[in-house]
Design a protein around this ligand. Structure first.
Ligand SMILES: Cc1cc2nc3c(=O)[nH]c(=O)nc-3n(C[C@H](O)[C@H](O)[C@H](O)COP(=O)(O)OP(=O)(O)OC[C@H]3O[C@@H](n4cnc5c(N)ncnc54)[C@H](O)[C@@H]3O)c2cc1C
Length: 407
């Protein structure tokens, strides 16, 4: 009898997973639940925001990427019932499975910043975290005549942790090109404690902000935007031995404000039995960080941005996670024990655009250990070759290879 597999979410992870499963010669019945008519290549959003790429390049029809033999259910899951091996759809219909693969991505909590939804796209306030939003970001950057430019990053995990910095460096380069850098200040205000977690790349970025006179503010969390007054309010938290000892507010005037809002697991995941209920990782899907198998429900796997994995949430990470789940799932179907060898090592990659021609290709594994995939060059320095890979090769690879289960 064929095994019935449900995949929740048909973004980067869901389509790649469906494609690799469909290509196997197994007897599988695969249902992909995905609401969106369109599929988006989000890694280009920063280049769109900086005016170096057209937004239309990031969007294709979902139907053109549904693998042969996979049934697309165009709708949303609203709840999980893993004890009954069922997912519940928006219209309360139940769908049952033998195996479940969970990958509905991450939720962008725009409203967690007071005043942001009302002013986003106006008053110099923008964000590359979305299709329309990234196009509007370019309009705002292009109109900017100089002044106080502030770029924010939250304390929460975000998809592509390097993206808040990419748009900062691209804007710095743009202002130089336009001859208005001297009449501007560029500030990167982050809720994090440091610029970057991976050694080697961190030092390069620290040198870069120093040389390019970009102010850095750490432990600065954006909590409020007043678009009319052009004021951003931050809360600054001071910790000693991981204990919060002081929390103060600071209001900063801006002419341009690029916001990366807090992000979390989608609400329907957070509120489910699949999520971590308390403590570290709360809300994310509770999987083993190597096998990607759920820690309580053995017939459930999760990957991509929604999974509780202590590494960068990127498409590059998804690419390494998919074949791991495919292999583990087949062992499970064959009633074998999951082989603990050669499991997911936390690989992720963040191509940090440092200007319109250079990329710092940060590749790393768990523990933020550097893990370059090329040995013929020093990847801790920004390079033109990596820029070409980021802007041209990787999008081609994504649409033509990865989403088709070919790499
Ligand atoms: C500005 C920006 C820059 C980035 N840069 C890079 C980069 O340079 N390199 C890189 O590798 N990665 C980058 N990323 C990150 C990358 O895009 C994500 O990590 C990747 O898309 C994660 O894949 P995913 O399948 O988990 O989530 P997604 O691709 O976001 O897909 C999730 C899918 O789930 C669906 N879904 C949501 N809710 C439900 C529901 N209730 N029921 C069913 N389906 C649902 C959604 O419609 C969506 O299609 C960037 C992202 C952004 C925003």
């Amino acid at each position: 009898m064929s095994s019935r597999i449900i995949i929740v979410g048909g973004g980067t992870a869901g389509i790649t997973m469906a494609a690799q499963l469909a290509k196997s010669d197994r007897d599988l019945s695969i249902v992909l639940i995905e609401p969106s008519e369109f599929h988006y290549y989000q890694p280009l959003y920063t280049l769109v925001g900086a005016g170096a790429e057209k937004v239309e390049k990031t969007k294709r029809l979902t139907k053109d990427f549904i693998p042969k033999g996979v049934q697309w259910h165009q709708g949303k899951v609203k709840a999980f019932a893993p004890e009954n091996n069922e997912v519940i759809l928006e219209d309360d219909q139940k769908m049952s499975y033998d195996y479940l693969i969970v990958c509905p991505g991450i939720q962008i909590d725009w409203a967690a910043i007071e005043g942001l939804p009302e002013t986003l796209g106006k008053n110099g306030v923008c964000s590359v975290y979305g299709y329309q939003e990234s196009a509007t970001t370019w309009k705002i950057l292009d109109d900017f005549k100089g002044g106080n430019a502030i770029f924010t990053a939250p304390r929460t995990p975000v998809k592509c942790g390097g993206a808040p910095q990419k748009i900062t460096y691209l804007t710095d380069a743009l202002l130089r090109e336009k001859g208005i850098r001297l009449s501007s200040t560029v500030t990167f205000a982050t809720g994090a404690k440091k610029l970057f977690a991976v050694k080697g790349f961190a030092e390069t970025l620290e040198d870069l902000v120093r040389q390019r006179n970009i102010n850095t503010l750490f432990n600065h969390e954006l909590i409020k935007v007043d678009g009319d007054k052009k004021e951003a309010t931050f809360v600054i938290k001071t910790f000693e031995n991981k204990q919060l000892i002081r929390s103060e507010k600071k209001v900063m005037p801006f002419d341009l404000l690029h916001v990366v809002p807090p992000q979390s697991a989608p609400d329907f995941v957070k509120n489910s039995a699949l999520a971590i209920r308390e403590g570290k990782g709360k809300g994310w899907v509770d999987v083993d960080i190597n096998t990607l198998q759920h820690r309580q429900f053995a017939n459930v796997f999760a990957l991509g941005d929604v999974a509780n994995l202590p590494t960068g949430k990127t498409g590059a990470a998804v690419r390494k996670q998919v074949p791991i789940i495919v292999r583990n799932l087949f062992q499970l179907i064959d009633n074998q024990l999951i082989d603990k060898k050669n499991q997911y090592d936390g690989y992720s990659a963040c191509p940090i655009l440092t200007d319109y021609n250079h990329v710092l290709m940060a590749e790393f594994t768990y523990g933020y250990q550097p893990n370059p995939s090329v040995s013929f060059m020093d990847t801790t320095k920004p390079s033109y070759l990596m820029y070409l890979a980021k802007h041209y090769y990787l999008p081609w690879f994504y649409w033509n290879r990865m989403l088709k289960g070919k790499g």
